[in-house]
Design a protein around this ligand. Structure first.
Ligand SMILES: Nc1nc2c(ncn2[C@@H]2O[C@H](COP(=O)(O)OP(=O)(O)OP(=O)(O)O)[C@@H](O)[C@H]2O)c(=O)[nH]1
Ligand SMILES: [Mg+2]
Length: 173
C-alpha cells in the first residue's frame, strides 16, 4: 500500500533534509535562495518529494512543505489524503515551538492520526526545555503525540520516526 506522509514545521527545522535523507529515489527539491533574511540561504517554496519502500507491503510518499506561512497554499495540496504527519520543531527556537499549535490546527491533527513531534538541532544543546514546552502545549491543545529528538541528517535517527508511525498506525486500528 502506498501512503502519504507530510513533514511540516518551521523554517530551518529540517524538512528538506529528512526527505532527502530518507528517500530511495533522487528527491524532488524546490529550494531557492531566500528573498529575505530567514537565518539561512536556501528555503523551500514548493514541495519536496521523496519515496521510500519500507517492506513488501508499504511504500511511503514523503512530502516536505515550505516552512514559511506565505507559501501555505502548498500546505493545502499536501494536506489531502494524508496517512501520517511528522512535525519538526527546532530545538530552543521559540518561533518553532510557537508554530506547533498553528500547524496542529491547520493540518487538523487529532488523536488517532499517526503523528509524531520530532525535535531537531539537539546535537549541540540539550532539548530538555524544548520537549517540556512542547509537552505542555500538547496538553493544552488536547492531543496526545509522542515527542522525540532526532537528527534529520542521520538515516537511523530519521527511520526511527517512520517505524514509530507504523507502530502508531497498528495500535490505533
Ligand atoms: N546541526 C544540525 N543541523 C541540522 C539538523 N537538522 C537540520 N539541520 C541543518 O539545518 C539546515 C536547514 O534544514 P532544511 O532541511 O533546509 O530546513 P527546512 O525545514 O526544509 O526549511 P524551509 O524549507 O526553509 O522551511 C540544513 O543545513 C540542515 O543540514 C540537526 O538536527 N542538527
Ligand atoms: Mg525546506
Amino acid at each position: 500500500m502506498h501512503k502519504k506522509v507530510a513533514f511540516i514545521g518551521s523554517v530551518g527545522s529540517g524538512k528538506t533534509t529528512i526527505v532527502e535523507n530518507l528517500s530511495n529515489i533522487d528527491p524532488l527539491n524546490t529550494d531557492v535562495e531566500a528573498s529575505e533574511d530567514i537565518g539561512k540561504e536556501m528555503t523551500t517554496v514548493g514541495i519536496d518529494y521523496g519515496h521510500i519502500i519500507l517492506n513488501d507491503e508499504i511504500s511511503l510518499g514523503l512530502y516536505g512543505v515550505p516552512g514559511q506561512r506565505k507559501f501555505s497554499m502548498v500546505w493545502n495540496f499536501v494536506k489531502t489524503g494524508l496517512w501520517a504527519v511528522v512535525i519538526l520543531v527546532k530545538n530552543n527556537d521559540a518561533e518553532s515551538i510557537d508554530e506547533l499549535e498553528h500547524l496542529i490546527n491547520y493540518f487538523e491533527i487529532k488523536n488517532g492520526i499517526p503523528c509524531v513531534v520530532a525535535v531537531t538541532h539537539s546535537d549541540a544543546t540539550s532539548a530538555d526545555s524544548t520537549i517540556q514546552q512542547i509537552e505542555q502545549k500538547l496538553k493544552v491543545i488536547g492531543v496526545n503525540l509522542p515527542v522525540y529528538t532526532i537528527d534529520p541528517r542521520k538515516t537511523e535517527s530519521s527511520m526511527l520516526i517512520m517505524h514509530t508511525l507504523i507502530a502508531l498506525d497498528e495500535t490505533q486500528q
